[in-house]
Design a protein around this ligand. Structure first.
Ligand SMILES: C[S@@+](CC[C@H](N)C(=O)[O-])C[C@H]1O[C@@H](n2cnc3c(N)ncnc32)[C@H](O)[C@@H]1O
Length: 267
């Protein structure tokens, strides 16, 4: 049987082998793209380009970022990788400029609230996330009785956005929460501008897992007649700003969801 199945395997051609090796390299080394993005955020490259008027040369950036001149060639390679992967744009004159993606990484720029997504980049490329990913094979092999911990919990003994994470590493917990807020606060402005028809005729809405209520408050500000509930876990609701726009309810959606004409689940 084994012999039969091995006969059905065709040996790759030379062209396929060359392509396979290129593809393998691509897959193995593609982690360098998020690492370069993380490096760009940590160095403040998008913010520096923005402050230099939206476009900058390699020497401009090295000066603006106060990097040692010995690193100029390496900064050049970093910028070329960022441009090749669409994180920056570049032209033949050697100028690097922002694209919408890198605009989201400029400090202090606000679009509909919290635009900067730097916390998100630093979170998902953090040591904690990387270690969870590297431990994936061990996680699959470990036969742990339910409830099965996530790979993150398995490696760190702490869960994202829970007190265990704050106890393990308060600084990272703060960053992870900033990242969640940055993610949550983006998008509703666009939805209200581009898809306003979906709210027509609506009288009541429950934003299920509504976080700190930013999304629901934006809806109520645009449509003041809509009665809005925001359901989230008590540890989130307890910290939510109270301004009278929406009705906050602490609870677990798997137990009950406050009734309304429409239930929204935005992740
Ligand atoms: C990615 S955030 C989305 C927040 C919000 N919907 C938004 O887009 O702005 C996910 C939210 O789900 C909440 N959550 C997770 N499990 C929940 C549950 N069982 N019941 C209610 N909320 C929950 C979390 O506390 C968190 O605030």
């Amino acid at each position: 049987m084994a012999a039969e199945s091995s006969q059905t395997m065709t040996t790759p051609t030379d062209a396929e082998l060359v392509q396979a090796q290129a593809d393998l390299w691509h897959h193995c080394l593609s982690y360098l793209t998020p690492m370069a993005l993380r490096c760009a955020v940590q160095l403040g490259i998008p913010t520096a380009i923005h402050r230099l008027g939206g476009a900058a040369s390699l020497p401009d950036l090295v000066t603006a970022l106060s990097l040692p001149t010995s690193k100029v060639p390496f900064v050049g390679r970093l910028l070329r990788l960022l441009a090749a992967t669409g994180i920056l744009a570049s032209n033949e004159a050697g100028m690097y400029s922002l694209v919408p993606l890198s605009y989201l990484l400029v400090d202090g720029v606000r679009i509909d609230g919290d635009a900067s997504q730097t916390a998100f980049v630093l979170t998902v490329t953090s040591r904690h996330f990387m270690e969870a990913a590297i431990g994936l094979a061990d996680w699959f092999k470990n036969d742990i009785p339910p409830p099965v911990p996530s790979p993150f919990e398995d490696v760190h003994g702490a869960a994202l956005f829970e007190e265990s994470m704050a106890a393990l590493d308060p600084e990272c917990d703060k960053l992870f929460n900033e990242s969640l807020a940055a993610h949550d606060h983006m998008g509703i402005g666009t939805i209200l501008r581009e898809c306003h028809g979906i709210f027509n005729g609506l009288q009541s809405l429950t934003d299920c897992c509504g976080g700190d209520g930013t999304t629901a408050r934006a809806i109520v500000k645009a449509y003041p007649h809509i009665k809005c509930n925001v359901l989230d876990l008590s540890r989130v609701i307890d910290k939510a700003p109270r301004d009278g726009f929406v009705n906050y309810i602490a609870g677990d959606m798997f137990h009950s969801i406050p009734p309304a004409q429409v239930v929204m689940l935005k992740v």
